[in-house]
Write a protein that binds this ligand. Structure first.
Ligand code: PLP
Length: 406
């Protein structure tokens, strides 16, 4: 990290799928002096971000903001709604789904891990029909919650949450629906209210373009009702007092003031661009990446085109090639960080993040860095991926659209 004599010029390319690069505008907003978190100025900031973040989750309901990483908001979702020994149905989409399941176990819940066999499950999204079939069997309603990851950051698969909702409804099952969209929020369309999600978990350092350090629970009235009965021990995470104090823009404890300045700025940036434009930009960059990967003759980790992630693209390495050695070459030669293969995919793939503060030219430079690194690392590629990516981006005429919007 501290190789100060190495590639000192230009910007580091932080192309991991979170933390994503923090725009200068947000960094500057975060440098405002820290204020009294009980004073009048703070209340106005609190109310602004608590109202604004609802637009990103597409909810009219409260969104709780924690001074914690995403993992904390995972724990908050489980501990506010469930009781010791409760059965929960979770779906194995990848590394993050696996970590959430381990957390459920350590909290004293009884998670059941549904999934496709082998690495198949790590190449496809949540299978709603499997959830529906399992819930139909559960005639006693022992299962208290269904937990799924919206954008599985370890693989690059974005599951259909509306379809999971329909599966639960088709089975006529009362289980709560808990969704992790830590990396999906503000990149891919997400509708907390329309999709009938009971708790949505998210974090700051992915699509919201903030540094790590705050995370969220968007809650439904059904989730709030469940929290009145839930008996898992909780104190710091408890929604009740936070919700009460949030009504006037304050928190029961010291909130992350400077990150909230950043959040306020991020909300302005995202809502000024327009959520639909933000989603379209992510889709455009993701498609350009996939075209490059195909031109290289390499395989995309996500095997189902209907659930390709707009956030990141997982690139599988040919048999016998260590993906981490390729990443190391790219880091050392081109000062670019790519995501490592996690869990079952360790060493077998790398991940290109194209989320947050990323545009056409950022992406092209990223793809160029990947391509040069693949060549240097001796990975055989069929052809350059850059022409394919450039042709796609050119066909989208986004440059003109950007100026027209200004
Ligand atoms: C990043 C991420 C997490 C973990 O969040 P932390 O902020 O590292 O605690 C969990 N789930 C998903 C899908 C993620 O992308």
């Amino acid at each position: 990290m501290l190789k100060l004599d190495f590639h000192p010029a230009g910007r580091h390319f932080l192309q991991i799928p979170g933390p994503s690069p923090v725009p200068d505008r947000i960094l500057r907003a975060m440098s405002y002096p820290t204020i009294d978190h009980r004073g009048p100025e703070f209340g106005a900031l609190g109310l602004k971000v608590l109202e604004g973040i609802k637009k990103i989750f597409k909810t009219q309901q409260p969104v709780i903001i924690y001074p914690a990483s995403g993992t904390g908001a995972w724990e908050a979702a489980l501990s506010n709604t469930l009781s010791p020994g409760d059965h929960v149905l979770m779906f194995e989409t990848g590394h993050f789904a696996t970590l959430w399941k381990k957390m459920a176990e350590s909290l004293g819940l009884k998670p059941e891990f549904l999934g496709l066999p082998g690495i198949e499950g790590w190449r496809r999204g949540v299978q709603p029909q499997m959830i529906e079939a399992r819930l139909r069997e559960d005639t006693q309603h022992a299962i208290k919650a269904v937990c799924v990851v919206h954008n599985e950051t370890s693989t690059g698969v974005t599951s259909d949450i509306a379809a999971v909702r329909r599966a639960i409804d088709a089975a006529g099952h009362p289980a709560l629906l808990l969704v992790d969209t830590i990396s999906g929020l503000a990149c891919a369309d997400y509708r907390h209210d329309d999709w009938g999600v009971d708790v949505t978990v998210s974090g700051s350092q992915k699509g919201l373009m903030l540094p790590p350090g705050i995370s969220f629970n968007a809650v439904s009235p059904k989730a709030v009702a469940a929290s009145k009965q839930a008996r898992l021990p909780r104190s710091f995470w408890d929604w009740t007092e936070i919700n009460e104090m949030n009504k006037s823009g304050y928190w029961p404890y010291t909130p992350n003031t400077n990150l909230l300045y950043g959040l306020s700025e991020a909300l302005d940036m995202i809502l000024d661009e327009g959520l639909d434009n933000v989603f379209a930009r992510h889709e455009r960059l993701a498609e350009a990446s996939r075209r490059a990967v195909r031109a290289w003759g390499l395989e995309i980790q996500c095997a189902d085109p209907s659930v390709y992630s707009p956030v990141l693209t997982g690139v599988m390495m040919p048999e016998g090639i260590d993906a981490d050695a390729v990443r190391k070459t790219i880091y050392e030669r081109f000062d670019m960080s790519l995501g490592t293969g996690l869990g079952k995919m360790k060493g077998r793939m790398f991940r290109i993040g194209h989320l947050g503060d990323c545009n056409d030219l950022t992406l092209l430079a990223t793809l160029a860095g990947c391509e040069m690194g693949l060549k240097l690392a001796g990975v055989p590629i069929a052809a350059s991926g850059l022409p394919a990516a450039m042709e796609w981006l050119t066909s989208q005429a986004q440059g003109a659209a950007l100026k027209a919007a200004a």
